[in-house]
Design a protein around this ligand. Structure first.
Ligand code: CDP
Ligand code: CDP
Length: 210
């Protein structure tokens, strides 16, 4: 079983790289951020509070019921809700087994798994065969998210809002005590500020293939 761990801050390109690597090696892919987003969205929809442990734990217990293709999961307000529930250790604990089980027994009988998130290389799969921590300047990441949502026609103030939201989320994700965002000691660091998707993919392949 081969496990590839991709971690990094919001909109650094984790999901894009993880999907490309999974397709290339024919491995299963798990977007672990979607699990936290599902918990955050469920709390909001139930009228609960995302910083309330009981509300968040109740939602985490029912994460399997959430449709992971719901477009509402991808919004920045769901991202903020995800980052709040993700700071609660009991929520992380509930999602841990599912993620480890995915890595140990990838669905579809695949020979490997690619997981992307914040703590895959540090907490979920510390024994992963390959660990990549991808970063990019926050302005570049905000620009990418902005283009993803609004295309070329977005208003400048929309960009500023996204930039502020990403900064706030980075801050919360890096400074929480439960599984903070940080590179594993044995992770390869990949700065993608000036690299397009294909260049990042080729660089990752060369790191993995040694
Ligand atoms: O796609 P983006 O990078 O914006 O975010 P995401 O990967 O969907 O994650 C949403 C939020 O979930 C993050 O801001 C983290 O707070 C949390 N998360 C986490 O704590 N641990 C993970 N393994 C994945 C996500
Ligand atoms: O999963 P994460 O939030 O880290 O990022 P993503 O969803 O993979 O990428 C965020 C956006 O940046 C997407 O629209 C990607 O197409 C784009 N992107 C890019 O323009 N250049 C890169 N090197 C990586 C991603």
């Amino acid at each position: 079983m081969t496990v590839i761990a991709i971690d990094g801050p919001a909109a650094s390109g984790k999901g894009t790289l993880a999907r490309k690597l999974a397709a290339h090696f024919d491995y299963a892919h798990l977007d672990t951020g979607a699990l936290y987003r599902a918990v955050g969205l469920s709390v909001l929809r139930a009228g609960g509070r995302t910083d309330n442990e009981a509300d968040a734990v109740a939602a985490a217990g029912k994460v399997a019921e959430v449709d992971l293709t719901d477009p509402e999961l991808r919004t920045e307000s769901t991202g903020a809700a995800a980052s709040k529930v993700a700071a609660i250790p009991a929520v992380r604990q509930i999602l841990l087994d599912y993620q480890r089980d995915f890595a140990a027994h990838p669905p579809g009988g695949k020979a490997g798994a690619v997981l992307d998130g914040r703590d895959i290389g540090t907490v979920i799969c510390p024994e992963a065969d390959h660990k990549i921590f991808i970063t990019a300047d926050v302005e570049t990441r905000a620009k990418r998210r902005f283009l993803e949502i609004f295309g070329e026609d977005g208003a400048p103030d929309e960009y500023e809002i996204i930039l502020a939201e990403l900064r706030e989320r980075d801050e919360r994700d890096m400074n929480r005590s439960a599984a903070p965002l940080k590179p594993a000691e044995d992770a390869h660091l990949l700065d993608t500020t000036n690299s397009d998707i294909e260049a990042v993919f080729q660089k990752a392949l060369s790191l993995i293939n040694g």
